[in-house]
Design a protein around this ligand. Structure first.
Ligand code: AMP
Length: 425
């Protein structure tokens, strides 16, 4: 079917086409509806941002910023990047619009494309889509962490996403003792086993030692099992916060598993981190990552601000739904109008207008077709009904509606037809 054309979508990018886009729309509408019930409003930040924003927020040492961003020099010589994620943009917008003056916390969600120059594979693209939310300002009450997680789980539940598993962890407080102390211990433990680690982990000892815990390399697993664990190093405040988050999740009936190796790839996270996996995705099975990032707004030049949020990988969410067979069957028309004759054309135009106004999807052929040809095309388009309008039908005011699935026919006057189609579709 697909033919080789001169131009093809850039590696790691793809066209989303009907009928699949109907599923994307359903997912996005569900997100809007569920997030709305939790009091979140939509923010649409730009896709282009100053490169420095991500260098600051995400961290210059991370793979995302050091290797994966699409960056170019704008005409005024400023360095500009396609966003690799949106939390930094939301925080920038929070500061830029003085949102700390609003009733706190400010609850925002976003959806749209992100760009990372990663190695493409199933569930990993260079242009991919995220649906995310952030809670900014106000307190860092554990109930906020729990409610954010509850909201994602409610969204997944509404979509009937298969095999949803939530893992949580606390990675301590970045500003003072516990996180810093732990990372120092982790680093020295890693130095001792450096020779046994793979090249990526060796590099990460210096750049981002927490990420070594993330490693999936088989031969590193027994080594990682013996590394110091953050839970043993949390300060009293972080310990209490983590315990309260778990309690709050239980109060909300949210099932979780603790995973001490769960760290986030981005520098700005602290305390609560979480990840959600789903079925049918192979090795790229994380559909949502999130956590608390209390220092981020301040790091970007704003006031001290609490923050927590998550990002859902929409591409993977869709893949998982498709694997589970939760796919719109087709994008068929409701009614195909098979008209023949000049009078019939005028009537067909009028009928399509009223049917469409009533929410019925109508295919109105632009030129006259023989009835047999019209019916053939109606089936090809997966139409449910064919409305047969010849000059005779128009003159008699009696219209024939054919149900394509079984070939049965019924006769209607124009108002009867509208009445019949409206409730049945
Ligand atoms: P992150 O922003 O890295 O925390 O990622 C959050 C979620 O976005 C992940 O759990 C994935 O579901 C999704 N994601 C991240 N990178 C990609 C990618 N290159 N392609 C598809 N989905 C991605």
């Amino acid at each position: 079917m697909a033919s080789k054309s001169k131009f093809q979508a850039i590696r790691g990018t793809r066209d989303l086409l009907p009928p699949e886009t109907a599923l994307w729309n359903r997912v996005e509408e569900t997100a809007r509806s569920v997030f709305g019930t939790f009091g979140f409003g939509e923010i649409r930040p730009p896709i282009l941002e100053p490169t420095e924003l991500f260098a600051r927020a995400v961290g210059g040492d991370t793979d995302i910023v050091s290797k994966e961003m699409y960056t170019f020099e704008d005409r005024d010589e400023s360095s500009t990047s396609l966003r690799p994620e949106a939390t930094a943009s939301v925080c920038r917008a929070y500061i830029e619009h003085g949102m700390q003056q609003l009733p706190l916390p400010v609850k925002l969600y976003y959806m749209g494309p992100m760009f990372r120059r990663e190695r493409p594979q199933k569930g990993r693209y260079r242009q991919f889509y995220q649906i995310g939310a952030e809670v900014l300002g106000g307190s860092d009450a554990p109930a906020i962490d729990a409610e954010v997680v509850e909201m994602v789980m409610a969204f997944f539940d509404r979509l009937q996403l298969p095999g949803v598993q939530l893992e949580i962890n606390s990675i301590g407080h970045s500003a003072d003792n516990c996180r810093r102390g732990y990372v120092a211990q982790l680093k020295s433990a890693l130095e001792k086993v450096k020779d046994k680690l793979g090249a990526d982990s060796q590099r990460r000892i210096e750049t981002n030692p927490l990420r070594v815990l993330d490693s999936k390399l088989e031969h590193e697993q027994p080594i990682i099992e013996n590394l110091p664990r953050i839970a043993d190093h949390l300060c009293d405040d972080c310990k209490a916060h983590y315990a309260a988050v778990k309690h709050q999740l239980e109060m909300r009936g949210v099932l979780y598993r603790e995973n001490w190796r769960l760290v986030r790839g981005l520098d700005y996270y602290m305390r609560t981190t979480f990840e959600i996996t789903a079925a049918g995705l192979g090795s790229q099975n994380a559909v949502c990552g999130g956590g608390r990032y209390d220092g981020l707004v301040e790091l970007l030049g704003g006031p001290p601000t609490k923050g927590i949020g998550f990002a859902i990988g929409e591409d993977r969410l869709i893949l998982s739904l498709q694997e589970a067979g939760k796919v719109p069957l087709t994008t068929g028309r409701d009614v195909y109008i098979a008209w023949m004759g000049e009078h019939a054309h005028a009537t067909a135009i009028r009928a399509s207008k009223s049917l469409r106004a009533a929410g019925v999807s109508v295919e109105l052929p632009p030129v006259e077709q023989k009835f047999s040809k019209a019916l053939e095309r109606a089936s090809k388009l997966n139409s449910r009904y064919a409305l047969i309008l010849g000059d005779n039908e128009v003159a008699e005011g009696s219209w024939t509606l054919k149900t394509l699935a079984d070939g049965s026919q019924q006769k209607f006057t124009e108002p009867e037809l509208l009445d019949f189609l409206k409730p049945s579709l």
